[in-house]
Design a protein around this ligand. Sequence first.
Ligand SMILES: Nc1ncnc2c1ncn2[C@@H]1O[C@H](COP(=O)(O)OP(=O)(O)OP(=O)(O)O)[C@@H](O)[C@H]1O
Ligand SMILES: [Mg+2]
Length: 445
Amino acid sequence: MLHQLRSVIAGAGNVWSHEYRFMRADGSAAIVSDQAFIIRDEAGTALRILGSMRDMTEQRELEQKLRESQKLEAVGQLTGGVAHDFNNLLTVILGNAEELSELLREDSQLRQMAEMTATAAARGAELTAHLLAFARRQPLQPMVSDLNRLVQGMEGLFRRTLSEDIDIEFVRCAGLWQTEVDPGQLEVALLNLMVNARDAMPLGGKLTIETANARLDEEYAANHTEVIAGQYVMVSVTDTGNGMDPVTASRAFEPFFTTKAAGKGSGLGLSMVFGFVKQSRGHIKIYSEIGEGTSIKLYFPRSHLAASAIAPAQSEEAVFGGTERILLVEDDDLVREHLANQLTSLGYQVLQAGNGPEAIGILWETTGVDLLLTDIVMPGGMNGRELAERARQFRPDLKVLFTSGYTENAIVHHGRLDPGVELLSKPYRRKELAAKVRRVLDSDS
Ligand SMILES: Nc1ncnc2c1ncn2[C@@H]1O[C@H](COP(=O)(O)OP(=O)(O)OP(=O)(O)O)[C@@H](O)[C@H]1O
Ligand SMILES: [Mg+2]
């Protein structure tokens, strides 16, 4: 470094700058940017050096955080794309395998093979669902909720998940604000944290689940990427387990990052939690010390809306068909053919189109179409949402059901479904398809 400075002085240049680590009086390290300007006489001999030093520590740390969040963002986009395409394939595999096993005799060996195929495809579907969760693209159904109530409802589940040598304590904040969150996904997220805590305490310990009102201020927001200052409702899961070193903690949200033995962990637990919290416009933070334990805090934005009634769970056991006329629009031939078969086998009359303009043509020519079942992402200059809008201009009572491998911006805003929009996420089981189609056909609007 000094060598460089000397050679600049000896030469003809007049600026020099360098960034290096610097030890502060308290022993902590600072990153400084050192700049020098060399003043020369007419002959070019160096007379003086004017120098300044700037503390760059905070800026460099922020840049590092930004790089980490950009990396997660990029991985998320890749993951979301891959999961989307796999969902199309899995829709066909799962549906055909289910149908095959229904057609085959119970004792036939072929039926077992069909069932195995269906099981494997269902596992694949679970995996893509996890990847979509990380990519912030799972369809969420947020409801105005009281986190204390939600957590209380999960107590039994938590106790069953943890062994008896782990004490559980619930600390509920009185006067907790309301928040808007998808209760089912929150449960999945907390369960993931719980399982991680259990794994970190093989010899037992203590687990604390705490709720609190929280304000993330401007300073906090400035120091954390993607955080908007404001009022939040916090829920944290704290264990007295092994803890994480800083490297593990900084990578823990990456999909497939795991320190567990092969077959023990997939490394998707925290990735899903991360994606879910971000998609809910919240914030997640890990505090961990090796040998001390770990605390993971989830923040969800405060909501001032009135509490929503919890929708009754849909019973999806029975498969109901119908005889209505359905216009099916899907650009992937394989998926379209498969869906058409399924709908036909449920008793429906099915018309098919490969893109938006073709579908509009069919709607003009045909009367009595009851339902438009359309993919969202389609080539041909018209996506599913645009198609639905155009169709409703001349068929105002047409019912619409969208399908998608992932929720596109076309119908999802801020990661949530627009009100009144019905979506069937790929891949789906036959009974889910049947139930959703029936529900939309039977709806009033
Ligand atoms: N409570 C915790 N205490 C200590 N380490 C943790 C804790 N939670 C997560 N980790 C670390 O973060 C890693 C990633 O966690 P994550 O939940 O994403 O994956 P996993 O638990 O390894 O696998 P999976 O959840 O998919 O079964 C873990 O392997 C572990 O090293
Ligand atoms: Mg885990």
